[in-house]
Design a protein around this ligand. Structure first.
Ligand code: COA
Ligand code: ZN
Length: 317
């Protein structure tokens, strides 16, 4: 397998995950979660989103969360914004980078941000200006890149059109998002092989949801194509409130475990991350889909059953 030596993970649980939690998570608990994740060495964290508070009420305390977190050197703190109003709020709140959102399909874009794709791209042009003035990096996400829960198949040519328009307004980092877990590894490879040579110099990120248990296989396929940046969510939290059937992102500790087991570095302290996942599980008040938190790492060993130990002893004697 062709694997990168090192992978950069952006933790999106505090945004993609918390945004769909129906019960209020206090500002203090959100801050605690972000601080645990940065302490575990995550290099990028999407802390929150600056969207309409009535549309995503769980994240209405975005400013307070940004003001309360402990800034660890070595972690870049980002927030999701759909428009320039959100970008101004996020920059004022002190984010290190902006993550924008537009969909590859019209229906999902209308459902998610109440704009056509063309209207969104106009807003994102304004976001780029806000970011340039503030000297803040922008990562541009494209929802439903591999399929739309309303329209079905999203042709690669349509996706390419959105990428082209983002690059034209200055995008240099692009996250292809599989919003409802429709992508399969062969499709991921095909899409990346199509796009990557056309847009040299772009940093590609894959944002996966594990809705159909294909997130890690899709990440492996993307690594084979040379992608080394991935979004993931602690415990496997996550889901888009405006995409029916969406469920959690690829689980951060499961992904880090898989990468470390293969000798790929992430800079993340897996034990610290697992402890953080346990605390996040307490905060949301239910078990999360992550596997490693239940199974332990591949190095875990169990005591031999007595009867088996006795037989081995007898054989040796
Ligand atoms: N933050 C706070 N308020 C905002 C805002 C933002 N980023 N963007 C717009 N608003 C306010 C406007 O100021 C206006 O306020 P007013 O009524 O007091 O004048 C009001 O919202 C309506 O503005 P408009 O531009 O018409 O927005 P809209 O109602 O069409 O909603 C979005 C558009 C993008 C703001 C909204 O759909 C949204 O926040 N979507 C986010 C969806 C999301 O987070 N999805 C999950 C992540 S992928
Ligand atoms: Zn997502």
């Amino acid at each position: 397998m062709k694997l990168p030596e090192r992978v950069t993970i952006c933790e999106v649980g505090p945004r993609d995950g918390f945004q769909i939690e129906p019960d209020w998570i206090s500002t203090e608990q959100k801050i605690e979660a972000v601080d645990l994740l940065s302490a575990a060495g995550l290099p990028r964290i999407e802390v929150t989103s600056f969207v309409h508070p009535k549309v995503v009420p769980q994240l209405r305390d975005a400013e307070a969360v940004m003001a309360g977190i402990r800034r660890r050197p070595g972690t870049r703190y980002a927030a999701l914004v759909p428009n320039d109003k959100g970008a101004v709020r996020a920059v004022d709140a002190g984010v290190d980078e902006l993550h924008t959102v537009v969909s590859a399909s019209e229906s999902h874009n209308l459902a998610n941000v109440n704009m056509t794709v063309a209207e969104s791209l106009d807003k994102l042009r304004a976001v780029m200006l806000v970011a340039a003035r503030a000297k803040v990096h922008v990562g541009c996400g494209i929802s439903t890149s591999f399929g739309c829960p309303f329209e079905g198949e999203v042709p690669v040519s349509g996706l390419e059109g959105v990428v082209r328009r983002l690059v034209d307004i200055g995008a240099r980092t692009i996250a292809l998002a599989d919003t409802t877990g429709m992508a399969n590894p062969r499709q991921v490879q095909h899409t990346l092989e199509h796009l990557m040579p056309k847009f040299p110099g772009v940093e590609w990120i894959l944002h996966t949801h594990d809705t159909r248990a294909m997130a890690i296989p899709n990440i492996l396929a993307a690594m084979e194509c040379g992608v080394s940046s991935f979004d993931a969510s602690v415990g496997g939290l996550g889901g888009c409130p405006f995409a029916p059937g969406a469920s959690g992102n690829v689980c951060t500790e499961d992904l880090v475990h898989c990468l470390h087991a293969m000798g790929v570095q992430t800079g993340v302290d897996l034990e610290g991350l697992i402890a953080g996942a346990r605390r996040v599980q307490e905060i949301v008040g239910r078990p999360l889909p992550g596997q490693i938190i239940k199974a332990g790492t591949w190095q875990r060993r169990y005591p031999l059953p007595d009867a088996v130990a006795a037989r081995i002893g007898a054989t040796r004697a």
